[in-house]
Ligand binder design. Structure first.
Ligand code: TRP
Length: 348
């Protein structure tokens, strides 16, 4: 039996919000009971955009600690799982180089996120931004992870990781066999489909994703918001004039209602249908009061703990360093194997 291993990464880009929490972190917490999990703060990915965007060295350190604090405060156990920042394990960059020579230009040219992020001024995008998906493949395959919880926007990158794994396994099949490794040396990683409110939308516009870069702070609930701010933002959230429907199909073409019901469902861990069974026919004012109570009850223990941990650099850094050492122990074995498979002479 092969180990089932989960790997996922979160960028240290700051201002974590409800979308990051419900879309990713909640899922990470759930997965720790059934898998060996490795959660990585991907600082190497963070610097693929201009420094004016990632904010410079102090901001990078702050955000790396903030994401780590959010993981721990949300209930990811750093003893049972591995939590670390990517740059501590040299294997990510080393394996990326080998994969750069496996991946084809044509594959990368199809990546839609690069096109979006590079925008019109493609000549001026960093080489790292172009190579971002190859680094992401190396992240996953360095640990020979089998399961990757990712949002919709990262599915294409995960497919690329599968293509790279498969081409490596094929190109080096003879050497893999000669080294007595399994024919699928790199497993083809599977996406882990996330729960109901994976896509949390803006509180001001149900057609837009909740985002840290939205100009209006009222569009999102930050994990740094206190109870008053959470309450105020939910009360001001955009709705429509109709009462809530009693069935899910009544949410079609009502994106704001759908979003609030989805948030309620995700926070309470119940299906949307159950939420509507309870609140169908109610006005938004009453529903919002319940949502405020629920959101404050669920989020404030986390945000309070996050704030406390954010002050405790010594503890947060010790978690990252301990995680880095454990990650490195796994990564080193893969790098040794890959060197032997490719034909690089190495120190024993
Ligand atoms: N690209 C991912 C994102 O922006 C973050 C990431 C980096 C990742 N490496 C990963 C996610 C490996 C899953 C697995 O969301």
């Amino acid at each position: 039996m092969t180990t089932q291993r989960v790997f996922s990464g979160v960028q240290p880009t700051g201002n974590l919000h409800l979308g990051n929490y419900l879309g990713a972190i909640v899922n990470f917490v759930k997965l720790q009971s059934s898998y060996e999990c490795i959660y990585c703060v991907v600082d190497l990915h963070a610097i693929t955009v201009p420094m004016s965007v990632w904010g410079g060295p102090d901001e990078l350190r702050r955000c790396t600690r903030e994401v780590t604090a959010a993981f721990i405060a949300s209930g990811i156990d750093p003893k049972k799982n591995i939590i670390f920042n990517q740059s501590q394990v040299a294997g990510h960059a080393e394996l990326t180089w080998v994969f750069n020579c496996v991946a084809r230009l044509g594959w990368l040219n199809r990546m839609t996120q690069f096109k979006e992020k590079a925008g019109k001024d493609r000549e001026n995008a960093s080489v790292g931004l172009y190579d971002y998906p190859v680094l992401m493949a190396a992240d996953i395959l360095l640990y020979r992870a089998t399961h990757v919880p990712v949002g919709e926007d990262q599915k294409q990158h995960l497919e690329l990781a599968r293509d790279i794994a498969q081409k490596f396994n094929n190109d080096f099949s003879e050497s893999i066999a000669a080294n007595k490794q399994p024919a699928t040396y790199f497993p083809l990683p599977e996406p882990v489909i996330t729960g109901p409110a994976t896509r949390v939308m803006s509180l001001r516009d149900g057609a837009k994703k909740m985002s840290k870069s939205d100009a209006s702070d009222y569009s999102r609930i930050n994990l740094s918001d206190d109870a008053d701010a959470i309450a105020q933002k939910i009360r001001k959230a955009k709705t429509d004039p109709e009462p809530l429907p009693s069935e899910e199909k009544g949410l079609e073409a009502r994106p704001e209602a759908d979003n609030l019901v989805g948030i309620f469902a995700a926070l309470s861990g119940t299906p949307k249908a159950d939420v509507l069974r309870e609140f169908g026919g109610a006005q938004f004012s009453g529903f919002k009061s319940n949502l405020v109570d629920l959101a404050v009850a669920k989020l404030s223990p986390i945000t309070t703990e996050m704030k406390r941990l954010s002050q405790d650099h010594a503890y947060v850094d010790s978690v990252l360093i301990d995680g880095g050492e454990r990650a490195n122990a796994i990564a080193e074995q893969t790098i040794k194997d890959v060197k032997d498979i490719v034909g690089f002479i190495r120190r024993k």
